[in-house]
Design a binder for this molecule. Sequence first.
Ligand code: ZN
Length: 195
Amino acid sequence: MSLKTILKYGDERLRQKSKEVSKVSKKIRSLAEDMLETMYKNNGVGLAAPQVGELLRMFVIDVSAPDAPINPMVFINPKIIEKSEPVICNEGCLSFPEVFSDVVRYKNVKVKALNINGKPFVTEAKDGELLSRAIQHEFDHLEGILFVDRVVNRFDADAALTQHNLPPVDPDKMIEPGENLSDIPKLDNVTQKEE
Ligand code: ZN
């Protein structure tokens, strides 16, 4: 296993759309292990392949509590088959060290993917739990979408980005929530995590 370098916001590779994994080969399994090692080393809860410069549709997640045994999950060629109930939550990203901002996500999500052995599986995450939010965050990375594209307040986000010497929000990339922001509830008591 080896640690990978995590690309930082501003790197154009983070804006590209990743390609399907054609075969879950030994090379892909080894990349998944390297991504997990890199994620744990950086205290993240998720990491997508494009964040380490590999434009492949795969990501890893571990949302287990810090004092619990690890629970690594690998998602290859994921497809989000259902999502419902928009919610505002505070989020961070390993490609934006120490920057956190409120974004719009969905509380519930259902995803279909291949695991590290190439076997299909379906996972459901509900009630805005960390797994639900992490799946949506990582899936966005595969589309070249970053969490700052979904911020609730662009100016607050810009202030945080500037403070950490990162480029500002790109207004052309911003994604409007499906409904009025004032109608979307905020998820409370969320511990800040980078993904
Ligand atoms: Zn991220």
